[in-house]
Design a binder for this molecule. Sequence first.
Ligand code: ADP
Ligand code: MG
Length: 234
Amino acid sequence: MPLLEARDVHGGYGGMNILNGVDMSIEADEIGVIVGPNGAGKSTMLKAIFGLLQVNQGEIRLRGEPITNLAPNKLVHMGMGFVPQENNIFPSLSVEENLEMGAYIRPSGVSRMLEQIYEFFPPLLDKRRQPAGELSGGQRQMVAMGRALMVEPSVLLLDEPTAGLSPLFMNEIFERVKKINAAGVGILMVEQHAKQALAIAHKGFVLAAGYNRFTDTGEALLNDPEVAKSFLGG
Ligand SMILES: Nc1ncnc2c1ncn2[C@@H]1O[C@H](COP(=O)(O)OP(=O)(O)O)[C@@H](O)[C@H]1O
Ligand SMILES: [Mg+2]
Protein backbone atom coordinates (compact mmCIF):
# COMPACT_ATOMS: atom_id res chain seq x y z
CA MET A 1 0.00 0.00 0.00
CA PRO A 2 1.46 3.42 -0.96
CA LEU A 3 2.40 5.86 1.78
CA LEU A 4 0.73 8.73 -0.05
CA GLU A 5 -1.58 8.40 -3.01
CA ALA A 6 -3.52 11.03 -4.93
CA ARG A 7 -5.96 10.01 -7.64
CA ASP A 8 -7.58 12.22 -10.23
CA VAL A 9 -7.36 15.29 -8.01
CA HIS A 10 -9.32 18.33 -9.16
CA GLY A 11 -9.28 21.54 -7.18
CA GLY A 12 -8.40 25.20 -7.07
CA TYR A 13 -9.12 28.56 -5.57
CA GLY A 14 -12.72 29.74 -5.55
CA GLY A 15 -14.75 28.34 -8.41
CA MET A 16 -12.03 27.70 -10.97
CA ASN A 17 -10.04 24.47 -10.95
CA ILE A 18 -6.25 24.69 -11.23
CA LEU A 19 -5.74 20.94 -10.81
CA ASN A 20 -7.50 18.98 -13.53
CA GLY A 21 -6.90 15.37 -12.57
CA VAL A 22 -3.53 14.91 -10.88
CA ASP A 23 -2.26 11.42 -9.96
CA MET A 24 0.61 10.82 -7.58
CA SER A 25 1.84 7.94 -5.50
CA ILE A 26 4.91 7.32 -3.37
CA GLU A 27 5.94 4.41 -1.18
CA ALA A 28 7.07 4.83 2.42
CA ASP A 29 10.78 4.81 1.60
CA GLU A 30 10.62 6.99 -1.50
CA ILE A 31 11.41 10.50 -2.67
CA GLY A 32 8.84 11.83 -5.14
CA VAL A 33 9.65 14.95 -7.13
CA ILE A 34 7.14 17.24 -8.86
CA VAL A 35 8.50 19.32 -11.70
CA GLY A 36 6.94 21.43 -14.43
CA PRO A 37 6.69 25.01 -15.69
CA ASN A 38 5.65 28.00 -13.59
CA GLY A 39 1.94 28.01 -12.94
CA ALA A 40 1.56 24.29 -13.66
CA GLY A 41 -0.11 23.73 -10.29
CA LYS A 42 2.82 22.20 -8.39
CA SER A 43 2.38 24.30 -5.25
CA THR A 44 -1.38 24.01 -5.58
CA MET A 45 -1.05 20.22 -5.53
CA LEU A 46 0.97 20.26 -2.31
CA LYS A 47 -1.59 22.62 -0.77
CA ALA A 48 -4.40 20.30 -1.89
CA ILE A 49 -2.71 17.35 -0.17
CA PHE A 50 -2.15 19.39 3.00
CA GLY A 51 -5.78 20.50 3.21
CA LEU A 52 -5.14 24.12 2.31
CA LEU A 53 -7.58 24.24 -0.58
CA GLN A 54 -10.76 22.52 -1.59
CA VAL A 55 -10.46 19.27 -3.53
CA ASN A 56 -13.60 19.07 -5.68
CA GLN A 57 -13.04 15.66 -7.20
CA GLY A 58 -10.70 12.71 -6.73
CA GLU A 59 -9.18 11.19 -3.64
CA ILE A 60 -6.07 11.45 -1.49
CA ARG A 61 -4.99 8.66 0.85
CA LEU A 62 -2.34 8.34 3.52
CA ARG A 63 -1.43 4.69 4.10
CA GLY A 64 -4.76 3.76 2.56
CA GLU A 65 -6.79 6.05 4.77
CA PRO A 66 -8.81 8.75 2.97
CA ILE A 67 -7.53 12.22 3.91
CA THR A 68 -9.15 14.33 1.18
CA ASN A 69 -9.99 17.80 2.50
CA LEU A 70 -8.87 17.05 6.05
CA ALA A 71 -7.62 20.13 7.91
CA PRO A 72 -3.85 20.69 8.15
CA ASN A 73 -3.71 20.22 11.96
CA LYS A 74 -5.43 16.86 11.59
CA LEU A 75 -2.90 15.85 8.93
CA VAL A 76 0.02 16.86 11.16
CA HIS A 77 -1.36 14.55 13.84
CA MET A 78 -1.55 11.78 11.22
CA GLY A 79 2.13 12.18 10.38
CA MET A 80 2.31 14.73 7.58
CA GLY A 81 4.71 17.66 7.53
CA PHE A 82 4.58 20.58 5.11
CA VAL A 83 7.21 23.23 4.38
CA PRO A 84 5.79 26.01 2.19
CA GLN A 85 8.07 27.84 -0.22
CA GLU A 86 7.93 31.18 1.55
CA ASN A 87 7.44 32.58 5.05
CA ASN A 88 8.38 29.21 6.49
CA ILE A 89 10.35 30.47 9.50
CA PHE A 90 9.88 33.05 12.27
CA PRO A 91 12.84 35.37 11.50
CA SER A 92 13.00 37.12 14.89
CA LEU A 93 12.91 33.89 16.91
CA SER A 94 16.09 31.92 17.48
CA VAL A 95 16.82 28.77 15.49
CA GLU A 96 15.99 26.63 18.49
CA GLU A 97 12.76 28.52 19.25
CA ASN A 98 11.73 27.92 15.63
CA LEU A 99 12.35 24.22 16.05
CA GLU A 100 10.46 24.15 19.36
CA MET A 101 7.47 25.82 17.65
CA GLY A 102 7.34 22.78 15.40
CA ALA A 103 6.84 20.53 18.39
CA TYR A 104 3.55 22.14 19.40
CA ILE A 105 1.59 18.90 19.22
CA ARG A 106 4.06 16.76 21.14
CA PRO A 107 4.15 16.96 24.92
CA SER A 108 7.45 15.11 25.34
CA GLY A 109 10.58 14.07 23.54
CA VAL A 110 11.41 17.61 22.42
CA SER A 111 15.06 17.51 23.46
CA ARG A 112 15.56 14.13 21.78
CA MET A 113 14.07 15.54 18.57
CA LEU A 114 16.25 18.67 18.78
CA GLU A 115 19.28 16.40 18.93
CA GLN A 116 18.04 14.49 15.92
CA ILE A 117 17.43 17.72 13.95
CA TYR A 118 20.95 18.97 14.73
CA GLU A 119 22.23 15.63 13.44
CA PHE A 120 20.35 16.13 10.17
CA PHE A 121 21.50 19.76 9.96
CA PRO A 122 24.85 20.17 11.76
CA PRO A 123 25.25 23.87 10.73
CA LEU A 124 22.21 24.72 12.89
CA LEU A 125 23.78 23.53 16.14
CA ASP A 126 26.28 26.40 16.38
CA LYS A 127 23.59 28.90 15.42
CA ARG A 128 20.86 27.64 17.70
CA ARG A 129 20.73 30.86 19.78
CA GLN A 130 20.81 33.19 16.73
CA PRO A 131 17.70 34.77 15.21
CA ALA A 132 16.74 32.52 12.29
CA GLY A 133 16.39 35.57 10.04
CA GLU A 134 20.15 36.18 10.28
CA LEU A 135 21.00 32.82 8.71
CA SER A 136 21.89 32.18 5.06
CA GLY A 137 19.12 31.11 2.68
CA GLY A 138 20.20 27.48 2.78
CA GLN A 139 20.33 27.43 6.56
CA ARG A 140 16.90 29.08 6.81
CA GLN A 141 15.58 26.21 4.66
CA MET A 142 17.18 23.79 7.12
CA VAL A 143 15.35 25.54 9.98
CA ALA A 144 12.05 25.27 8.11
CA MET A 145 12.59 21.57 7.36
CA GLY A 146 13.76 20.94 10.91
CA ARG A 147 10.64 22.58 12.29
CA ALA A 148 8.42 20.27 10.21
CA LEU A 149 10.47 17.26 11.31
CA MET A 150 9.98 17.94 15.03
CA VAL A 151 6.76 15.90 15.09
CA GLU A 152 8.46 12.93 13.40
CA PRO A 153 6.29 12.90 10.28
CA SER A 154 6.12 9.82 8.08
CA VAL A 155 5.78 12.01 5.01
CA LEU A 156 7.25 15.45 4.38
CA LEU A 157 5.97 17.83 1.68
CA LEU A 158 8.57 20.37 0.51
CA ASP A 159 7.82 23.27 -1.83
CA GLU A 160 11.00 24.29 -3.69
CA PRO A 161 13.45 23.88 -0.81
CA THR A 162 16.35 25.02 -3.02
CA ALA A 163 14.69 28.15 -4.51
CA GLY A 164 17.17 30.99 -4.75
CA LEU A 165 20.12 28.96 -3.45
CA SER A 166 23.57 28.71 -4.99
CA PRO A 167 24.48 25.34 -6.58
CA LEU A 168 26.57 24.53 -3.50
CA PHE A 169 23.69 25.06 -1.08
CA MET A 170 21.28 23.35 -3.49
CA ASN A 171 23.42 20.22 -3.39
CA GLU A 172 23.67 20.43 0.37
CA ILE A 173 19.88 20.59 0.73
CA PHE A 174 19.46 17.61 -1.65
CA GLU A 175 21.99 15.66 0.45
CA ARG A 176 19.97 16.45 3.61
CA VAL A 177 16.75 15.40 1.88
CA LYS A 178 18.34 12.06 0.98
CA LYS A 179 19.51 11.60 4.56
CA ILE A 180 16.06 12.39 6.00
CA ASN A 181 14.52 9.96 3.52
CA ALA A 182 17.05 7.27 4.47
CA ALA A 183 15.99 7.77 8.10
CA GLY A 184 12.49 6.63 7.13
CA VAL A 185 10.62 9.74 6.01
CA GLY A 186 8.80 9.68 2.67
CA ILE A 187 9.36 12.89 0.72
CA LEU A 188 7.18 14.67 -1.84
CA MET A 189 9.05 17.69 -3.14
CA VAL A 190 8.38 20.39 -5.73
CA GLU A 191 11.54 21.52 -7.52
CA GLN A 192 12.59 23.99 -10.20
CA HIS A 193 16.04 22.41 -10.35
CA ALA A 194 14.40 19.60 -12.27
CA LYS A 195 17.43 17.62 -13.46
CA GLN A 196 19.20 17.60 -10.12
CA ALA A 197 16.00 16.80 -8.23
CA LEU A 198 14.96 13.97 -10.57
CA ALA A 199 18.42 12.50 -10.07
CA ILE A 200 17.57 11.83 -6.41
CA ALA A 201 13.92 10.92 -7.07
CA HIS A 202 12.46 7.43 -6.94
CA LYS A 203 9.31 8.79 -8.59
CA GLY A 204 8.88 11.84 -10.76
CA PHE A 205 5.76 13.73 -11.79
CA VAL A 206 5.86 16.26 -14.62
CA LEU A 207 2.88 18.59 -14.24
CA ALA A 208 1.64 21.00 -16.88
CA ALA A 209 -1.64 22.91 -16.87
CA GLY A 210 -2.88 21.02 -13.84
CA TYR A 211 -2.40 17.44 -14.94
CA ASN A 212 0.34 14.81 -15.25
CA ARG A 213 2.17 15.10 -18.54
CA PHE A 214 4.63 12.36 -17.51
CA THR A 215 4.82 10.02 -14.54
CA ASP A 216 7.70 7.57 -14.10
CA THR A 217 10.81 6.84 -12.07
CA GLY A 218 13.19 9.78 -11.74
CA GLU A 219 15.73 7.96 -13.88
CA ALA A 220 13.28 7.15 -16.68
CA LEU A 221 12.13 10.77 -16.85
CA LEU A 222 15.72 12.02 -17.00
CA ASN A 223 16.39 9.65 -19.90
CA ASP A 224 13.19 10.41 -21.80
CA PRO A 225 14.12 12.66 -24.75
CA GLU A 226 10.66 14.18 -24.88
CA VAL A 227 10.74 15.12 -21.20
CA ALA A 228 14.27 16.46 -21.60
CA LYS A 229 13.35 18.57 -24.62
CA SER A 230 10.16 20.08 -23.16
CA PHE A 231 10.83 20.25 -19.43
CA LEU A 232 14.52 19.86 -18.64
CA GLY A 233 16.03 22.43 -20.97
CA GLY A 234 17.19 19.99 -23.68
N1 ADP B 1 -4.11 31.94 -3.89
C1 ADP B 1 -4.41 31.84 -5.18
N2 ADP B 1 -5.58 32.30 -5.66
C2 ADP B 1 -5.91 32.19 -6.97
N3 ADP B 1 -5.11 31.61 -7.90
C3 ADP B 1 -3.92 31.15 -7.49
C4 ADP B 1 -3.50 31.23 -6.12
N4 ADP B 1 -2.27 30.65 -6.03
C5 ADP B 1 -1.95 30.25 -7.26
N5 ADP B 1 -2.94 30.53 -8.15
C6 ADP B 1 -2.92 30.23 -9.59
O1 ADP B 1 -2.89 28.82 -9.73
C7 ADP B 1 -2.05 28.44 -10.82
C8 ADP B 1 -1.04 27.45 -10.36
O2 ADP B 1 -0.20 28.06 -9.40
P1 ADP B 1 0.90 27.26 -8.60
O3 ADP B 1 0.33 26.01 -8.09
O4 ADP B 1 1.45 28.22 -7.59
O5 ADP B 1 1.97 26.95 -9.74
P2 ADP B 1 3.45 26.36 -9.64
O6 ADP B 1 3.74 26.08 -8.20
O7 ADP B 1 3.44 25.14 -10.49
O8 ADP B 1 4.33 27.41 -10.22
C9 ADP B 1 -1.47 29.73 -11.37
O9 ADP B 1 -2.21 30.11 -12.50
C10 ADP B 1 -1.65 30.72 -10.25
O10 ADP B 1 -1.83 32.01 -10.75
MG1 MG C 1 5.08 26.89 -6.85
